[in-house]
Design a protein around this ligand. Sequence first.
Ligand code: AMP
Ligand code: ZN
Length: 116
Amino acid sequence: MQKDDCIFCKIAAKKIPSKAVYEDDEIVAFEDINPQAPVHIVVISKNHIEKLSDLAEKDSQLAGRMVMAAKNIAKENGIQESGYRIVMNCNKDGGQAVFHLHLHLLGGRAMKWPPG
Ligand code: AMP
Ligand code: ZN
C-alpha cells in the first residue's frame, strides 16, 4: 500500500536513499535530511497512511511500535538520560509538510516549551 508520488513511500521502498537507522516489517527510521537538533530521526510507517488523524483502531499496534522504535533509537544515540522529544505534526496548524505518517525524534539539545 504505497503511493507513487510520496517521498516517504519511496524511502520505505528504497527507491530513494536514506540514512536508515532501524527497519522492521512495519516501520523504517532514518536521519532527517534537515536536522533541527543534533539527533533528529524520522520514524515512518511502511504503509502509506497520510496522517495521524487517519489512524484507525487497527493501527494502534503500529503507532505503539513507532513510539517504541523512537525510544530504542534514543537510547542507542545516547540521549536517554539527557532527554528527548517525539513529535507528530498533523495537518496545516501542526506544521505537517510530508503527508505520510511519521514521528520525529529530537534530542541532543534542550528543547523549548511551548514549541513554536
Ligand atoms: P513534517 O513537517 O512533520 O511533515 O516533517 C517532514 C520531515 O521530513 C522534515 O523534517 C524534513 O526535513 C524531512 N524530510 C523530507 N524529505 C526527506 C528525505 N528525503 N530524507 C530525510 N528526511 C526528509
Ligand atoms: Zn507515502
